[in-house]
Design a protein around this ligand. Sequence first.
Ligand SMILES: *[C@@H]1O[C@H](CO)[C@@H](O)[C@H](O)[C@H]1NC(C)=O
Ligand SMILES: *[C@@H]1O[C@H](CO)[C@@H](O)[C@H](O)[C@H]1NC(C)=O
Length: 288
Amino acid sequence: MRIIARLCLGSLLLCAVLWLCWIKVNTKEKADEQPRTLPQILTLPGYSRLPDGQPLSRNPCKSCAVVSSSGQMLGSGLGPQIDQAECVLRMNTAPTLGYEADVGSRSSLRVVSHTSVPLLLRNQTYFFQQSQDTVYVIWGPLRQMDIDSGITYRVLQHTKGMYPQVQIYTLTQSMMAHCDLVFQNETGKNRAMSGTFLSTGWFTMILAMELCEEITVYGMVGENYCRNRFNPPVPYHYYEKGRLDECTMYMMHERASRGAHRFITEKAVFARWAHRKQIHFAHPSWGA
Ligand SMILES: *[C@@H]1O[C@H](CO)[C@@H](O)[C@H](O)[C@H]1NC(C)=O
Ligand SMILES: *[C@@H]1O[C@H](CO)[C@@H](O)[C@H](O)[C@H]1NC(C)=O
């Protein structure tokens, strides 16, 4: 202040400029002092932590990238964009190593089917040691996931014992029932009676809707995509080349009377959710 005052004697203009700067810095400091609203903590009781059963509790993700395992991702070059999202959600054991350019390299959460747990175990070094920042969210039916007698639950408990730093959650059975109800509500069909198995994508989208403020879904085709026979075939999974083409797989499942996934129906539902919530579909990009 004393320096400013002395300069003021010399030059009125300089004085005015310095004075303004001083006021500006001061107001900025004041603004910084104001208490910020604390980030709101989300508590999601549908997801239960191993081994203590605590609900999933964390800050909401401002932006989420939901990366599908679809062959659509091959050659997308979207890896860097995906990695910019605050939270990156992947499904099952979809690898990033060797595919970084197309699918990114970060994995904040993995939603894993009970049927894929043995595949996680096959590569424990990678999933439970090298990727220990990843939160694993496992879904499955009661007979697999029961806390007392479920085989998958027991395997996960053992895994948690061996790698205490790994964060594992399971969907509670009431959350599983809720996911069935969401299907019934959206399609008018009972999930079990219509011979339907929900896909890992279904559980991932429901989690993302709870966790994320804004969602970009990568590599998920729209409901009508497979009707266009001129679309080039892509592998069902980007990491399993030479297997069945994605649309062939989707159509086969959609038509099967029982024991099938309804990938196309699910996508029609996701499109409707995009009216309610900020969901964007990228690569192929399509609107709700
Ligand atoms: C484990 O995963 C890593 C990364 O995807 C891969 O490079 C490695 O070959 C896998 N190891 C086994 C035994 O599957
Ligand atoms: C059922 O569907 C309606 C309309 O789409 C929606 O507003 C409501 O939240 C849904 N309820 C459940 C439990 O999914």
